[in-house]
Write a protein that binds this ligand. Structure first.
Ligand code: FMN
Length: 404
């Protein structure tokens, strides 16, 4: 996710310095190149050697280091970075940058910084709640700083409360939008994902092999680009970013009802879900006849049954119904997984379902980390080569933007 990104990590002098090491490792694991600036106080807690050995770069801490760029290291460092992260950001540091104080390397480079800045404060709860700190945080937010607030828990000082450094994963999630072009700001996206499950009694179900990974990645990526995203998620769809409004559903009918209810005012609807084509109508053995609209409450007894006839009825076609709504989303995109004749089927679906584009793909993509396919519109077909699902969804967003 952070491949090729250059991150300047500022480390302030608080107990949570050791967690900045974890954060740096996570940033590097995601592909970022990380350079570290430590304050004098930070070095009281953890030596620069730890960061140096793990980052592969010399740690910066001296404003007056004449060996670097004719003494202009502080300017060069912020020019180098795509983004600056300060974790932990101490109460002292927050106060200094609010007031434009530039008395050491970290505060000076922050004053010279025109790049996005993320602050992750960590401190004793009273320090965090102090009016001075809260006023400073509000001022910095108004100036455009991103603040990942401390979380509640047991603090090093023995007290309980909000003051712990946020989890490294949370900090990385908050960082991603700062490094992503905000091309979808002001747009509402509705995406469905995952398999649907059709129950035929209280425990037995009919489903498919879809995992919901691609839809979840698309929802996260669209949100990262600034869209307001709602994801209608079938069972097992992976966890999505906090900014994505997620509604979990089971059956095709539930998914349809939820998508219809959410479709008002939507700019882009992307139907990535593997919706079950059929649901159970009745159980053909003299039982009460279970209707799938309501979840069955009883379990069918096996005893005495050598053969069971189950009647299936077709489920509604969600994407076609959304595409035919009187106030349909401006763009409706359907996924079509096929095992053969991909393009012929895609072109047929494009017309029949009255959608703006079909993402045709092979069923063999299901359950893997890779995706490939074709972007099919009335204007032609473009092949999307095999790549990671993360990259695939980025390319897809580009196609959708270009097609608008
Ligand atoms: C043991 C110890 C732990 C500290 N922990 C924190 C902390 O978690 N957060 C904080 O804002 N200050 C903490 N401080 C106070 C800072 O170290 C102090 O304000 C220092 O001036 C910060 O310098 P800096 O902002 O240049 O890194 C701690 C001090 C000590 C002695």
């Amino acid at each position: 996710m952070l491949e090729g990104k250059r991150i300047l990590l500022g480390v302030g002098g608080g107990i949570a310095v050791y967690r900045a090491v974890e954060l740096m490792r996570l940033l590097m694991k995601q592909g970022a190149d990380v350079q570290v600036v430590m304050t004098q106080s930070a070095q009281q807690f953890v030596t620069a050697l730890t960061f140096e050995a793990l980052s592969g770069h010399k740690v910066h801490h001296d404003l007056f280091d004449l060996t670097k760029d004719h003494g202009m290291g502080h300017i060069q460092l912020v020019r180098w970075a795509d983004v600056v992260v300060v974790a932990p950001a101490t109460a002292n540091f927050i106060t200094k940058i609010t007031h434009g104080i530039a008395e050491d390397l970290l505060t000076t480079l922050l004053l010279a910084c025109e790049k996005p800045v993320l602050l992750a404060p960590a401190m004793n709860i009273s320090m965090w709640q102090a009016q001075a700190t809260q006023d400073n945080i509000q001022t910095l937010k108004k100036r455009g700083f991103t603040v990942v607030e401390p979380v509640a828990g047991a603090l090093a000082c023995g007290e309980q409360g909000a003051g712990r450094l946020a989890e490294p994963e949370t900090i990385v999630q908050a960082l991603l939008p700062l490094l992503t072009a905000q091309s979808l700001v002001g747009q509402r996206w509705l995406i469905n994902a995952g398999p649907t499950i059709e129950a035929w009694d209280a425990v037995r179900t009919l489903s498919n092999r879809a995992t919901g990974t691609l839809g979840a990645l698309l929802a996260n990526a669209a949100s990262m680009h600034g869209a307001e995203v709602t994801l209608v998620a079938g069972c097992g769809t992976p966890v999505t970013a906090a900014d994505v409004l997620r509604i979990d559903v089971e059956s095709a009918l539930e998914m349809l009802q939820t998508c219809e209810a959410q479709a008002q005012g939507v700019d882009v609807f992307v139907d990535t879900a593997a919706v079950s084509d059929f649901r159970f109508a009745t159980l053909d053995q003299g039982s009460a006849g279970l209707k799938q609209v309501e979840k069955p409450k009883h379990k069918l007894k096996r005893e005495g049954l050598e053969r069971l006839h189950i009647e299936l009825v077709a489920n509604p076609d969600i994407v076609a119904l959304i595409a035919q709504m009187p106030q349909r989303p401006k763009q409706v995109i359907a996924f079509a997984a096929e095992s053969e004749n991909h393009l012929a089927y895609a072109k047929d679906k494009l017309q029949r379902k009255k959608v703006d584009a079909i993402v045709a793909n092979d069923v063999s993509n299901m359950g893997t980390k890779l995706a490939s396919g074709w972007w099919v519109t009335a204007n032609g077909t473009q092949e999307i080569t095999k790549q990671s699902k993360e990259k695939f969804v980025e390319q897809l967003i580009q196609y959708i933007v270009d097609c608008a």
